[in-house]
Design a protein around this ligand. Structure first.
Ligand SMILES: NC(=O)c1ccc[n+]([C@@H]2O[C@H](COP(=O)([O-])OP(=O)(O)OC[C@H]3O[C@@H](n4cnc5c(N)ncnc54)[C@H](OP(=O)(O)O)[C@@H]3O)[C@@H](O)[C@H]2O)c1
Length: 284
């Protein structure tokens, strides 16, 4: 019999985690099966949000690992009483209020926190077992990235549970907490930066007369194909970039203009700026 997992705040990210964990492929050994919850309780503040979760649940088939879910609102204390693991997924500015309301119930339990800017030091005031996670919205489709840091109170069994639950969002990467603000910018905000690139490529096609639908298809395939090429070749991107640059050709001409316009330094400075804002979040 597995444990009870609470998703405290089941909005965009909470629902992404819920989908990923509930629909995870059947665990093929008893040991792995032990790492899954038998029950998930989702907690929201009000009825409309709980109904959103019900709507999502109605789209699911039976869980391959026989996980049962109940969607609640206004019942944080009761839910956490029953749980041994809590995924904290409220907005950062609500974390203090929400955790203060369950102070007694959450002591000694494992918190997996998605809250941007909330440090392990701040969260260990509520329980010594804290895993801090930064993930992103592609997690909804299983193509997310999760950067994870653990408090000193986390043991190897806890780490195995965190890794099993969180790795379903896509890629799971452990890093020291000092890298978390950078990860918040690169991973959490990253999809918005890549969407800007996709939008720009699409609009370049439209500007030169390619219809919108085909411009979008071309931009997406260029992005997907380039990612696969970097992964499969194992080469540094600049090596692959130079392989495409014929002397005096089209690609180097385009790259020169982009360098003139500061595209590369604009991206680096933009991500850096996002990290500065992330560093201030938990202090608000
Ligand atoms: N969205 C992203 O791209 C992204 C990326 C990386 C990290 N994150 C992190 O993920 C966390 C969640 O973000 P989100 O975008 O998923 O937020 P969200 O969609 O607003 O979801 C937050 C949920 O918390 C619930 N909630 C509010 N007060 C509560 C309370 N007192 N008790 C229980 N539940 C309560 C809300 O329910 P009600 O509607 O009923 O109030 C809502 O369903 C944040 O800490 C954020 O830093 C988000």
């Amino acid at each position: 019999m597995g444990y009870t997992l609470v998703i405290l705040g089941c909005g965009v990210m909470g629902q992404a985690l819920l989908s990923a964990i509930y629909n995870a492929p059947k665990a093929d050994s008893e040991e792995i099966a032990k790492l899954y919850p038998s029950t998930i309780i989702t907690c929201n503040h009000d009825e409309p949000s709980a109904k959103q979760v019900d709507k999502l649940l109605a789209t699911f088939d039976e869980s391959p690992n026989a996980i049962k879910v109940s969607s609640t609102y206004g019942q944080n204390q009761d839910a956490i009483d029953k749980a041994s693991v809590v995924i904290l997924a409220t907005k950062p500015f609500l974390v203090e209020k929400v955790l203060s309301g369950v102070q007694e119930q959450i002591k000694g339990k494992l918190i997996i926190s998605l809250a941007a800017g909330w440090t392990i030091d701040q969260l260990t005031q509520y329980t010594e077992k804290v895993s801090r996670v930064m993930t992103n919205t592609p997690a909804k489709y299983g193509y997310g990235c999760a950067v994870v840091s653990h408090s000193s109170g986390i043991n190897n069994d806890d780490k195995a549970i965190v890794s099993q639950l969180v790795s379903h969002v896509g890629k799971y990467i452990e890093l020291p907490e000092k890298n978390m603000d950078a990860a918040t910018a690169l991973v959490g905000s990253g999809p918005a930066f890549v969407l800007l690139m996709i939008e720009s490529l699409m609009e370049s096609g439209i500007q030169m007369g390619i219809p919108l639908k085909e411009s979008k298809e071309c931009a997406l395939k260029v992005l997907e194909g380039t990612v696969k090429m970097v992964e499969k070749s194992g080469e540094h991107p600049s090596v692959l970039k130079h392989q495409v640059c014929t002397p005096g050709g089209t690609t180097i001409a385009g790259l020169c203009v982009m360098e003139d316009k500061g595209v590369k330094s604009g991206i680096i400075r933009g991500v850096e700026e996002a990290a500065k804002v992330a560093a201030k979040l938990g202090k608000k």
